[in-house]
Design a protein around this ligand. Sequence first.
Ligand code: FES
Length: 172
Amino acid sequence: MSVSEPATGAAPVSGHAGLPPEAKAELDEIRRRYPTNEAALLPALHIAQKVWGGWLPDEAIQAVARELDLAPAKVYGVVTFYDLYHQKPVGRHRIRVCTNLSCQLRGSEEIMETLHQELGVGEDEVTPDGRVSYVHFECLGSCDTAPMMMVDETYQENLTPDRVRQILKGLK
Ligand code: FES
């Protein structure tokens, strides 16, 4: 069982009043390994995010709260705190462009513009084929190689518009 990598980019799944039986079984297994329901919340959200096609609509958050007997506000708080959880659909590949000072001075705006032109969608939108979404982000700690962006879990550094185009071509 793997709960560390949520599936992203699939069409949002609708019609789940709660977690389906397989997901409940997965969650039961996890709960056995954690001392409290609250401690099991992060992996539970990963499970729900897989079920709902890579993001967590309100009904998914409510379902997790019910399963773990936690206040929905608590679950919302965790979802909004962690970048790993999404409250809107995301692409199969997620791009985070650093727009903090060093990257800004070295062309992050041009990088964002290149993404917009090449993908044909705005920030925080998903390409029609579900392949990519992108957002701007705070400093990712690689200021000496600005401008940079993170593609899924990989740092792409010293970017130019041409390099961005090349990277996008490699994303399936
Ligand atoms: S300012 Fe962009 S990585 Fe730090």
